[in-house]
Design a binder for this molecule. Sequence first.
Ligand code: AP5
Length: 220
Amino acid sequence: MSARTILIMGPPGAGKGTQASHLVSEYNLRHVATGDMLRDAVSAGTPLGVEAKGFMDRGELLPDDLVIGLLREVIAGLREDQGVLLDGFPRTVAQAEALALMLGELDRGIDVVLDVQVPKEVLVERLSGRWICRTCQTPYNVNSNPPAAPGVCDKDGGELYQRDDDSADAVTNRLDVYTAQTAPVSGFYREQGLLAEVNGNQPLAEVRRSLDGCITSAAR
Ligand code: AP5
C-alpha cells in the first residue's frame, strides 16, 4: 500500500492538535500543522513570522500564496514511503485546489479527510481553558484535560502558555473566518467522496475511536 495522506480539519478548538498526536504515532505519519509552523516562524522572528503575526493575532487567515508556498516545500520534501497528516491545511478552496496539484505531481492521492465537528459554544469554552506546551505543543485544558501539575507539560516538563489568538475577540473572528472561508472546503471534499465527518463533542477516547474507524473504512 502507498504512503497515507490524511487530512484533519475542523473549527478552532475542535481537537485537531489533540488527536493528531495519537494519529501520527498509530499510523506512522509525519505531522504537518501549518499553525505550528507559523507560530515557530513568529517565535524565531523570520520574515515569514513577522508577516504572519498580525494575521494570526487578529484571527485572520494568511494570504493563500504564502501558505501554499510554505506547504509546497514540505510536500515536495516528503519521501515516497512517508505518510503524512495535514492539520490546518487546506483552509480555503484555493488551497485545496493547490494541494491537489502538488500531490498529483508526486503521484499521491488523499486517503481521507477527517472533519471534526463541535458546536460553537463548546469551542469557545474549550479555547478559553486551553494551555499549550511551549516545547512540544501538546494542548491541555483546565476543565477537561488538565496537566498533572499546573503550568507544566506532563510529557517533557515544558512551560504551558495561552495563545494570543485565544483571546475572546480573536476567537470570535477565527470562528467567523472558519464559517466563511474553511467550511466550503468540506463541500469540496464531500463532492469527491473523501470527507468523513466525526463528532468531536465526545470524550477524547471516543473521538479517537471514531477517527480510527474512518481511517480503517477508507483503507478498504
Ligand atoms: P491553527 O494553529 O491551525 O489553529 P486552529 O485551526 O484555529 O485550531 P486550534 O489549534 O485552535 O484548535 P485544535 O482543533 O487544534 O484544538 P486543540 O486540539 O488544541 O491556526 C492558527 C492560525 O494560523 C490561523 O488562525 C491563521 O491565522 C494561521 N493559519 C494556519 N494555517 C493556515 C492556512 N492553511 N492558511 C492561512 N492561515 C493559516 O483543542 C482545543 C482545546 O480543547 C484544548 O484545550 C484541548 O485540551 C481541548 N479538547 C480537545 N478535544 C477535546 C474533547 N474531545 N473534549 C474536551 N476537550 C477537548
